[in-house]
Design a binder for this molecule. Structure first.
Ligand SMILES: [Zn+2]
Length: 436
């Protein structure tokens, strides 16, 4: 969007960037929607925004969000895509107000047609750079259907599949257009795929070869989850190219001292990571106090802080004042909401989260005693590194997108402190200001 440029100087603020807090000013260009250097000759005429000592952080990045504000992204009305598109846009605007400036809309196990027709709407906003679209899609996260029946969680078992024809099965299911063309010399560096990330079970027949093709030829992030894989099977998947674990501890084997399962990968010793060298995977952690016990969240944080990515696994009930009760859900199923918990009716299977990402950040601070800037890294710089967009997202460095949140502390229950969103800026435009 070409608009007239002006410069904004944020002053009297604490910048939270890459795990550290700094008392510095920040300059942005509202025309290009990017962060600029203080040596820019235009900064003398900048509009000054005094933040009165509050935190200025990169906008939050959510990599597993199934819906919010009463709308579920997998609830795709085949015969009314206009209504789906307008609901998606309205929801993206609502997500922005929760401090999330970029996200991966997550589609869960559904019929192939659901993925194929939703994809043109949930695909990356890319070059549009339009703050009025709300939180920006960085591409779709497909959670299913290539998942294990043994660890299906709330996914409908009848729709789960195995990649019997390797990449052909993947292309056939999601559609060739959803994956885009394989990366070549001509298109290197341009994002071409509507799908950014796929959660899959690596022990399914043909999956290791499929992970190799998806990551190397298509540049798609492969995250392991809904899987009974052993530690060794998980290590093989990381060697094949997988670089993340989906909702750590949930829908995978428990971490036992002689059989640590996928969870054990975050503590892999150096000797398991050599020849050829690989890295411990990133891991999604649903820090809502429901999906993971605080002590287990703290252990994961202690052992592999740099790989920790907080997620909400948020649903239509996120950021939405849904009372306790029984509700119709996707695929004709029913869920029961009790407080912050959401169950498939008649079971103790959790059906996603209801907490906001910023609440998860406050929980992590409370559980680990870490600084706010460190906790904010798990929803900014770390997911950006995982998605390989760390120069433009999740950072306050010069040249990055001016996607920003202004945060302050409020008193929560039992004298706990909670971060709250005061302002949200997207591509250099102020889009939300909290009402007092
Ligand atoms: Zn899941």
């Amino acid at each position: 969007m070409a608009t007239e440029s002006s410069i904004v100087r944020f002053t009297n603020c604490v910048l939270a960037c890459c795990g550290q807090a700094k008392r510095e000013d920040l300059f942005i260009d509202t025309g290009t929607g990017k962060i600029i250097d203080e040596s820019d000759p235009r900064v003398d005429k900048a509009l000054v925004v005094n933040l009165n000592g509050r935190i200025l952080s990169p906008g939050l990045l959510e990599v597993q969000l199934n819906g919010a504000k009463g709308f579920d992204f997998s609830d795709v009305p085949v015969d009314n895509m206009e209504s789906y598109a307008s609901s998606f846009r309205r929801t993206s605007q609502g997500i922005l107000e929760m401090g999330v400036t970029s996200f991966l809309p997550t589609l869960v196990t559904s019929e192939a047609q659901t993925f194929k027709i939703a994809m043109p709407i949930v695909r990356p906003n890319g070059a549009q750079r339009d703050h009025e679209l709300g939180a920006e899609s960085l591409g779709c996260h497909c959670e299913g259907p290539f998942l294990s029946r043994e660890r299906k969680g709330a996914h409908p078992p009848d729709l789960l599949l195995e990649p019997v024809k390797r990449i052909e099965s993947i292309l056939g299911f999601y559609g060739v257009d959803s994956l885009g063309a394989p990366i070549s010399k001509e298109n290197a560096g341009q994002q071409i795929s509507a799908i950014r990330k796929i959660t899959l079970s690596s022990e399914l027949p043909g999956m290791l070869e499929t992970i190799r093709t998806l990551t190397r030829e298509y540049g798609i992030v492969c995250s392991l989850g809904h899987s009974p894989a052993t530690y060794e099977e998980g290590l093989a998947a990381v060697r094949a190219g997988a670089n993340m674990l989906t909702h750590l501890y949930n829908a995978m084997e428990p971490c036992l001292h002689r059989s640590p399962g996928l969870v054990g990968l975050i503590g892999a010793p150096e000797t398991d990571l050599s020849t050829p060298p690989i890295e411990r995977p990133f891991f999604g952690l649903i820090a809502d106090g429901v999906h993971v016990a605080p002590s287990c969240a703290r252990m994961a944080w202690a052992v592999h802080k740099n790989g920790c990515i907080l997620t909400t696994d948020g649903t239509a009930a996120t950021g939405f004042d849904l009372p306790d009760g029984t509700f119709e859900w996707t695929h004709g199923r029913t869920v029961v909401k009790k407080g912050e918990k959401l169950f498939l009716e008649g079971t103790d299977t959790l059906a996603g989260g209801t907490t906001t990402l910023l609440q998860c950040v406050s929980n992590l601070i409370r559980w680990t005693g870490c600084e706010a800037a460190e906790a904010l890294q798990t929803v900014t710089a770390t997911p950006a590194r995982m998605l390989r967009c760390e120069d433009t997202k999740g950072t306050l460095k010069v040249g990055a997108d001016a996607d920003l949140v202004v945060l302050s502390w409020s008193e929560g229950e039992k004298n706990s402190r909670e971060l709250q969103v005061d302002e949200v800026w997207k591509f250099g435009k102020r889009c939300f200001t909290r009402k007092e």
